[in-house]
Design a protein around this ligand. Structure first.
Ligand code: GLC
Length: 449
């Protein structure tokens, strides 16, 4: 297929999933607006319709709560019963009466706004939109730093695996097993009507997800209450590395828009950035030579949980704090690539690695984009190119799937998936020839399938 044909297919996916101003990740399976999906989808739109890209962010921020939190789902009064938990389970309206979920998502919006502003063809539109979004994004970051780091540790916490975006990662195994299920209300899973059950979280995990939703709902998503009582209280790698990068990108945006106009915000950002940088060091697990989440839940003594997931490599996004660690991570990536397509969401040599099951092994294109971005900005071009080549080859052979099997490249989960198509358009399509020229073997092996 030519690059133009692939681009057209990717645009078709976005247009098909467009519900008029916002994009659903995948019809039926995820039939509402998802937070970090939409941010990354905006990058895809920017390649052919800049106004539509900005609109995607505006509709997302219409779900923002008064306290600054931007929910991980905005329901937009959609009437559909193909997803659980819906509004009745969350019971989490924002002040404008919009039904939303009660948790947030990795804060990638500021990074996206920076990219859109920097690369805009329509600079006037970009400045106008960035001006109107800036105060909202800033309030979101402030919420993270104030409300999710109430003791000023420099690391923000999450109370639900869905907030980290890596729902059933092996990282959460022990924590999810400890979530009390005795008061679990009945619910009906919908996801496995659309995707084979062995590609989705298992039943016990889903029960714990629902019990954590119930806990949040019962205290009206009170951050202080949850900080004291949630059995799931983690400083996650995805969330913290992305926030660290996003703070810098937001600072860049503020400086572009007007140093004087945003002097208070600039001062706040200049305070958060070094504090977070110093604290991220704590996510490093010396024994395993990788970054891993920490549990702040009672009884954990701020211990690391889980093992090495693809989120460890997001450390390159804000920049690794020293060269030794960067080399250890690069060596791991190299080692994984000898036997697997990059980047498995979980250590493919770990005993619980599962090539099919969601965040326990499969490759996710959006993680690859963010890892790539980090590698490039940290000067590790070659490592970045290889994972870009693998991602492009996966899409070319398997379509724009939700995730892919790292052992054999099979597409998994939902097909015609919005953020995967967006990553093709924004990231990989412009590099296709370069990737094929540099990695012909890896490329041909898959695309010949
Ligand atoms: C799954 C993913 C999450 C994503 C959502 C919508 O829950 O784990 O990261 O945002 O689907 O695509």
């Amino acid at each position: 297929m030519t690059t133009q044909e692939l681009d057209q297919r990717a645009r078709d996916v976005l247009d098909k999933n467009d519900h008029g101003g916002y994009t659903v990740p995948r019809e039926k399976l995820y039939p509402f607006q998802w937070n970090w999906d939409s941010c990354l989808v905006a990058l895809g739109f920017s390649t052919y319709n800049e106004a539509r890209a900005w609109q995607e962010l505006e509709t997302l921020f219409s779900g923002q709560w008064d306290n600054g939190m931007v929910p991980h789902i905005v329901f937009h009064r959609e009437k559909t019963s193909t997803y659980c938990p819906g509004p009745a389970h969350w019971q989490a309206k924002n002040e404008q009466g919009e039904d939303t979920s009660g948790i947030s998502n990795p804060p990638i919006a500021a990074h996206v706004i920076r990219q859109l502003l920097e690369e805009a063809k329509d600079k006037d539109l970009a400045r106008e939109k960035a001006q109107s979004l800036f105060p909202k994004v800033f309030r979101w970051h402030k919420w993270w730093h104030d409300k999710r780091d109430p003791q000023g540790k420099g690391l923000v916490v999450s109370y639900h695996p869905w907030e980290t975006g890596r729902d059933n990662s092996h990282d959460w195994r022990q924590l999810l097993a400890e979530v009390p299920l005795d008061k679990l209300e009945p619910y009906e899973r919908k996801d496995i009507e659309f995707v084979p059950a062995d590609e989705r979280p298992n039943q016990k995990e889903y029960d714990a997800f629902m019990a954590l939703v119930q806990l949040g709902r019962k205290c009206d998503y009170d951050d202080d209450y949850l900080y004291e009582h949630s059995p799931f209280k983690v400083a996650d790698t995805t969330v913290n590395f992305i926030l660290a990068r996003a703070d810098r990108d937001l600072l860049w945006v503020a400086n572009q828009l007007g140093k004087d106009r945003y002097s208070d915000e600039i001062t706040a950002l200049e305070g958060w950035i070094p504090k977070t940088r110093a604290a991220l060091v704590r996510l490093w697990n010396k024994e395993e030579e990788s970054y891993q989440p920490i549990s702040f839940a009672n009884g954990y003594d701020n211990r690391h949980v889980g093992g090495t997931s693809s989120a460890a490599f997001l450390a390159f996004l804000p920049g690794c704090d020293n060269d030794k660690k960067a080399h250890a991570l690069l060596a791991k990536l190299e080692h994984w690539s000898a036997t697997h397509l990059l980047v498995p969401s979980y250590d493919p040599h770990h005993e619980d690695y599962d090539a099919l099951r969601y965040w326990k092994g499969p490759v996710w294109a959006i993680m690859n984009y963010m890892i790539y971005k980090g590698l490039r900005t940290s000067g590790h071009h070659r490592a970045g190119l290889q994972l870009a080549a693998d991602t492009a080859a996966l899409m070319e052979s398997g379509g724009f799937a939700e995730y892919y099997n790292p052992d054999n490249g099979d597409p998994l989960g939902g097909n015609q998936f919005s953020w995967t198509a967006a990553m093709w358009l924004y990231w990989l399509s412009p590099m296709r020839d370069e990737l094929r020229a540099n990695y012909p073997h890896r490329w041909e092996a898959l695309s010949a399938r």
